[in-house]
Design a protein. Structure first.
Length: 337
């Protein structure tokens, strides 16, 4: 564990995420998530000098939108929903894929698994964002008389739905990797000598697949960011979409102001001379993904550094290549079992 804090990439990613989370919670708890607004600016004589939107560093650190709302505080407000929501989807989908994929890897030769894999392979060609949009639209779009459910309930349901959509491909990937490890000769020898499922999982699968599981968790996080961004472009914002009715109603707006929703809220301005409205939240999403990649790489390097030079896998490799006439061959087999 101590080695992780010596990894520069891990520290960079961790510091960025923690600073944004702490800032977001401080803004929510002590400042009630207030968004400052600069509607107009005046000169010394009281004459109108400018009107929003203002570019970054003009009258606000990250600029303002058409109504004068400061983007920096939108970013600060939505940081906790973006990061915690993404990580919740990633960890839930990874946990379910782990529970399903590891047992499937032990029975991959069964006929039902091949049929199951072919059915699940369809998920690679159907965008998960379209399925999520179909399922979540009735609950996430605000009706005329307001939401009948709470924000916490809608976020929980959305996290569960998105996680379930990411589970099947991840479970198949985990099952295939598990099956490949189980096909190795030293694992087969261990099973012949009486090695049971838990022994194989603890002594063979876990050491071999640690880094693969970290990569899979990272992949699930990135997939969650992509789906949330797609839903934001469809104006289905994380936690619900506030819809205004009547003549002259305002466009739909998010409730949580997560970064993907901010992109969707300002998506219609993509062809205007206000590139910062989409560029700012997109930049923070990229920084968030890069932070996750840096954290994953740091953990992987720490895992490699913590492994002994002659670990279980190296001894097992000796079993595979050793001469059966050598007495040490039997000793390694017994220790492996």
């Amino acid at each position: 564990m101590k080695r992780i804090w010596k990894q520069p990439m891990f520290l960079l990613g961790f510091v960025f995420i923690m600073v944004m989370l702490i800032g977001s919670f401080v803004h929510a708890i002590f400042f009630e998530s207030i968004i400052p607004k600069t509607p107009f600016t005046y000169d010394e004589n009281g004459q109108l000098e400018g009107a929003p939107p203002f570019a970054p560093f003009e009258h606000s650190f990250l600029g303002t939108d058409m109504a004068g709302n400061h983007l920096f505080f939108y970013i600060l407000m939505g940081a906790k929903y973006t990061m915690l929501g993404t990580l919740a989807v990633a960890f839930l989908s990874f946990g379910l894929a782990f529970v399903i994929g590891i047992p499937l890897g032990f029975v991959q030769k069964a006929k039902f698994f091949q049929g199951f894999e072919q059915v699940i392979s369809v998920m690679y060609f159907i965008p998960a964002s379209l399925i999520a949009y179909k399922f979540l639209k009735p609950m996430m779009m605000e009706p005329y008389d307001g939401f009948p459910t709470t924000l916490a309930f809608r976020i929980t349901v959305e996290v569960i739905v998105l996680a379930l959509l990411l589970v099947p491909p991840a479970a198949i990937l985990m099952a295939n990797e598990t099956s490949e490890i189980l096909k190795k000769e030293y694992v087969t020898s261990s099973r012949v000598l009486g090695g049971r499922g838990w022994h194989l999982f603890k002594n063979h699968l876990t050491p071999q697949l640690k880094e693969s599981w970290i990569r899979l968790l990272l992949m699930q996080s990135i997939q969650a960011v992509l789906i949330l961004t797609h839903l934001g472009v469809f104006e289905m914002f994380f936690g619900g979409t506030r819809v205004f009715y009547g003549l002259g109603a305002e466009p739909p707006s998010p409730i949580t102001f997560d970064w993907a929703s901010i992109i969707g809220m300002y998506y219609d301005t993509i062809m205007t001379n206000m590139p910062w409205l989409i560029g700012v939240p997109l930049l923070f999403l990229v920084l968030f993904v890069l932070s996750l990649i840096a954290i994953a790489n740091g953990i992987q390097k720490s895992v490699r550094a913590s492994m002994p030079k002659k670990d279980q896998s190296s001894e097992s490799l000796d079993v595979e290549n050793a001469d059966p006439r050598d007495e040490k061959w039997f000793e390694l087999l017994k220790k492996d079992a």
